[in-house]
Design a protein around this ligand. Structure first.
Ligand code: NAD
Length: 503
């Protein structure tokens, strides 16, 4: 399939005149950030970073090698003891200073994120605000950790629980929310007293490198390091490295499996935030208009390139027709365009040509299997990797498009007749990251919250997150908690110290 194989009506808003989101001198250095400074790699190999809304190359960055990863691990090792000993108060002050520095540069960071991902400025601005709040939350949480009370649990022995950092944590991040997903890792990992080697997605390294540049004077050298390059090279090396104490990855299930396999050799801890396919169960008594309006955002935010996206609707057969009308009405008003085309743009392109073609392949197979596009259904014409906001109906039960993660602006609509059927079909996806149920009956809402197999369940809402609350998956969506005090736990270890106090 080529990028022109399927096009559909609808337009992509473009800037009236060629305009740029950022001057070129605002780009970060395209090098690794190791021991507090930018460095070229061990080879001169580079990779191009592309703007997916124009298909133009933005810049080139170093394509790292295992030796580059090793150099960064060494820097993180050298920094770990001193950083691990800093008092929570000191670490909190540094995290707050990082948050302030990000806030001072919020506009620049949002523009850089929009340039690298093609996402609308309103989405990029939301990402940066969430990143800043991650640092602020973890600054407070680091000073307010809780644990079992110290006390005598065996005769004449005083037990104390120490919470310790793990050491060096390897982090691998995806392209959909480049800085936000990095912040969800960096903030708790540093707050817990660990040092970091982070590998950003090869497609979207720019805001992570800018973060390193902006915070270089705030963190001791070696505490935070970035190595750019390919997953199977840099990510794999971090996962297998004997001096890396834990590996945390946000990405696809396949990358998660690869990392867990590589980590098994050294029995290091693994933290995985993987894919999703969130079911949205709509009962006959639900507020259908509210559900349709909520899905306009929850299904298409970030062009549906969102692991918690509400993308698989299961609606009671008695209200399916009315709900579908409302959904199509809502989704048809989405404004698609390049980030330079104005503040009202709500949806951008797919991240890359390869991903664009993958999404189109899903749409083609779904329609070949009998699904009908009530809206959209293919690519939008012109430059850039734009896919039309799509609603698929008449979807045969068990069709691949209802079970596999499409990671594009696509909602499938299926029907059910009983609560048990709704639950078993919602739970048949291999993923378990997020789900929602819509009903005005509170008992049914409670029942659905406990019956749906997902790390986050919304009742009468979808895709609302809070830094105080954990974000984590069940089943193939991985294990490990992002956000909240649970993330701090995941990046710490507890040690039981027992004093014999018999006299
Ligand atoms: P991806 O798995 O292709 O890449 C993620 C990262 O893993 C990249 O940095 C990549 O270079 C690296 N990687 C690839 N192969 C690797 C290997 N063998 N060893 C080590 N690292 C490797 O995912 P993506 O396409 O960048 O992101 C989309 C995926 O991420 C989707 O499945 C989405 O659901 C998931 N995601 C999950 C969450 C969550 O919180 N659960 C959040 C965002 C994205």
């Amino acid at each position: 399939m080529t990028s022109t194989a399927t096009t559909t009506s609808g337009t992509v808003r473009r800037a009236a005149e060629p305009s740029s989101l950022l001057p070129t001198d605002a780009l970060p250095p395209g090098q690794h950030f190791i021991a507090g400074e930018f460095r070229p790699g061990t080879t001169n190999e580079t990779q191009s970073v592309v703007d997916p809304s124009t298909e133009a190359t933005i810049c080139d960055v170093a394509q790292g090698t295992a030796a580059d990863a090793d150099a960064a691990v060494l820097a993180a090792l050298e920094a770990k003891e001193a950083w691990g000993r800093t008092l929570p108060k000191k670490r909190a002050e540094i995290l707050l200073a990082i948050a302030d520095r990000l806030a001072e540069n919020a506009d620049l960071l949002a523009r850089l994120e929009a340039l690298n991902t093609g996402k609308p400025l309103m989405v990029a601005e939301d990402d940066i605000a969430g990143s800043i709040d991650s640092f602020r939350f973890m600054a407070g949480a680091a000073r307010a950790t809780t644990s079992l009370a110290a006390g005598e649990y065996a005769e004449d022995h005083l037990s104390v629980i120490l919470r310790e950092p793990l050491g060096v944590v390897g982090v691998v991040t995806p392209w959909n929310y480049p800085l936000l997903m990095a912040a969800w890792k960096i903030a708790p990992i540093l707050a817990a007293g660990n040092t970091i080697v982070l590998k950003p997605s090869e497609q979207t390294p720019l805001t992570t490198l800018k973060f390193a540049e902006l915070t270089a004077d705030l963190l001791p050298p070696g505490v935070f390091n970035v190595v750019t390059g390919l997953g199977p090279v840099i990510g794999a090396r971090l996962a297998e490295h004997p001096k890396v104490d834990m590996i945390a990855l946000t990405g696809s299930v396949n990358s998660g499996r690869a990392v867990a396999r590589a980590a098994a050799e050294t029995v290091k801890r693994v933290h995985l935030e993987l894919g999703g396919k969130a079911p949205v169960v709509i009962f006959a008594d639900a507020d259908l208009a509210a559900a349709a309006e909520s899905l306009r955002a929850a299904g298409y935010w970030n062009s549906g390139q969102e692991c918690g996206a509400g993308c698989r609707v299961l609606v009671h057969e008695s209200v399916a027709e009315r709900f579908t009308e409302l959904l199509v009405e809502q989704v048809s008003t989405l404004i698609v365009g390049e980030p330079t085309a104005g503040a009202e743009i709500e949806m951008g392109p797919m991240i890359s040509k390869a991903h664009f073609e993958r999404v189109l392949g899903h749409l083609e197979r779904a329609q070949a299997a009998g699904a009908k596009a009530a809206l959209g259904g293919g690519a939008l014409e012109g430059t850039g990797y734009f896919v039309a906001p799509t609603v698929l109906v008449d979807v045969p039960e068990g069709a691949a498009c209802t079970l596999e993660e499409i990671f594009g602006p696509v909602i499938t609509v299926e029907t059910f007749s009983t609560e048990d059927e709704a639950v078993s079909r919602a739970n048949e996806v291999p993923y378990g990251l997020a789900a929602s149920a819509w009903t005005l009956n509170p008992q049914l809402g409670h029942a659905m919250a406990s019956r749906l197999e997902a790390g986050t369940v919304w009742i009468n809402s979808h895709l609302v997150l809070a830094n105080e609350m954990p974000w984590s998956g069940f089943k193939s969506s991985g294990y490990g908690r992002d956000l909240s005090a649970y993330a701090l736990d995941d990046y710490s270890r507890t040690k039981h110290v027992m004093h014999n106090k018999a006299r």
